[in-house]
Design a protein around this ligand. Structure first.
Ligand code: FES
Length: 165
């Protein structure tokens, strides 16, 4: 029995230096946990906001596709409603337009410094808002400073569906 309680069962006053060290460690631990919690909360808030903003700018293609697919499809009728249908193909932004009955799909990342180009129906060109590069409907550079053409994607119209790959 006597070996279960040190000092013969007599209570000793806590060591003031040890108690202060334990308090400091506890405060430091709580501070770290608070910072970790705030960091996780901030990361979650930023991630959620980015996802929502991304979905607003790049609506999810129909059929439950996520944009990471090699092949993305949408109803042909959508081109009657929008001058350019924007999609993600393998994670890359792609613009689909119809000119004189032919459907074209081009990458939207400008080859100059990577801004996203937009479709000008009047000019029938992709136009970069950053430094005014212009591309024709085949993606060729019409006006620099873009050094290379836009990426072209294969287009297949199958009945009422457009398939981009
Ligand atoms: S990024 Fe497009 S012209 Fe500069």
């Amino acid at each position: 029995m006597s070996d279960a309680v040190p000092n013969g069962g007599e209570l000793q006053p806590p060591d003031a230096t040890g108690a202060a060290a334990v308090d400091a460690e506890r405060r430091q631990f709580m501070h770290r946990m608070l910072n970790l919690g705030l960091g996780l909360w901030a990361a979650g808030a930023v991630g959620t906001s980015a996802y929502v903003a991304g979905r607003y700018v790049w609506p999810q293609p129909e059929g439950g596709q996520t944009g990471g697919e090699r092949s993305v499809s949408f109803p042909l009728a959508k081109l009657d409603q929008e001058p350019m249908v924007k999609l993600l193909v393998e994670g890359q932004p792609v613009g689909v337009v119809r000119v004189d009955g032919t459907v074209h799909a081009l990458g939207l990342v400008c080859t100059h410094l990577g801004c996203l180009v937009g479709w000008s129906p009047e000019a029938r060109q992709m136009v970069c808002p950053c430094h005014a590069s212009r591309y024709d409907i085949n993606g060729a550079v019409v006006q620099g400073p873009a050094p290379a053409p836009l990426k072209r994607y294969d287009v297949r119209v199958a009945g009422d569906t457009v398939v981009i790959s």
